[in-house]
Write a protein that binds this ligand. Structure first.
Ligand SMILES: Nc1ncnc2c1ncn2[C@@H]1O[C@H](COP(=O)(O)OP(=O)(O)OP(=O)(O)O)[C@@H](O)[C@H]1O
Length: 254
């Protein structure tokens, strides 16, 4: 599914937070959203996913304006993995992931084999199949994060929005989760702080600065020493990978 944002504007009181953002994401693309703290990444993701209403501008998923799609129908198409999402404490891993099936179920229908398959697959994908009975409150931060990703996968969306999904994860699981998201046959937009991971796993990168798109393109086009200096205020050297390998950023200590 394609995602198309046109002239999105959103703010709080008199403070503009997302300023005239237009963006087109192709079907199957993995797009990284990077930018300094407070640049508007989470706000933009929430606008794109229909969790916030823009002051003006539109978001279309596969050509349909999301403002006109009922919430439940929208939840069958797109999933959102929040930054450290809260979950009811008195539940198991399995319970949390089953919630991902809610948009696919009607009030009268029972739990189906398709629901079971989606939950089992999601558990396998995040490497949590052996933990399905574990109480949520006993999980580590990284395990909770993986369970939230599994809940989104159980939703079987066509578009996935992930807000810093690698927070709390060890390096193995950071790479595993991003590799998996990229390999899924869906469109994904991921807010990330680790620029090298963004370069490794994203087809394109969008750079936000003070709520505006500062740059947009392939990792090699976007991640230049000048942009890193101007937007992130760091000195860095970029080593270009051979053929289609990702560029690698080496940050200077000062
Ligand atoms: N509901 C709100 N009320 C007031 N200010 C808000 C609200 N939501 C976001 N902001 C402000 O908007 C700015 C952008 O926030 P946002 O969370 O979108 O940034 P971000 O790029 O995701 O940041 P980070 O990298 O720190 O997670 C911040 O200055 C934040 O304080």
């Amino acid at each position: 599914m394609t995602v198309k944002a046109q002239n999105l504007i959103w703010g709080v009181k008199r403070k503009p937070i997302v300023r005239d953002v237009s963006l087109h994401v192709a079907k199957g693309e993995t797009v990284g959203l990077i930018g300094p703290n407070g640049s508007g990444k989470s706000s933009l993701l929430r606008l794109l996913a229909g969790l916030k209403k823009p002051a003006s501008g539109t978001v279309e998923i596969n050509g349909k304006n999301i403002a006109q799609i009922p919430r439940k129908a929208l939840s069958r198409e797109l999933a959102f993995v929040q930054q450290s999402a809260a979950t009811d404490t008195n539940v198991t891993v399995n319970d949390v992931i089953r919630l991902g099936r809610t948009p696919h179920r009607s009030a009268l229908a029972g739990w189906t084999e398709a629901d079971d398959n989606a939950v089992n697959q999601a558990l396998d994908r995040v490497d949590m199949a052996t933990r399905r009975r574990q109480p949520w409150q006993t999980l580590s931060g990284g395990e909770r994060q993986r369970v939230h990703i599994a809940r989104a996968l159980a939703q079987e969306p066509q578009v996935m929005f992930l807000d810093e999904p690698t927070n709390h994860l060890d390096i193995h699981h950071q790479i595993e989760i991003l590799r998996m998201v990229r390999a899924l046959d869906l469109t994904s937009i991921i807010a990330l702080h680790d620029l090298n991971l963004a370069a490794m796993f994203c087809d394109r990168i969008v750079v936000l600065e003070s709520g505006e798109i500062r740059a947009c393109g392939t990792p090699a086009e976007v991640l230049t020493p000048a942009l890193l200096r101007d937007v992130f205020r760091v000195s860095a050297e970029i080593t270009m990978g051979a053929e289609d390998a990702a560029p690698h950023i080496r940050f200077a200590a000062q």
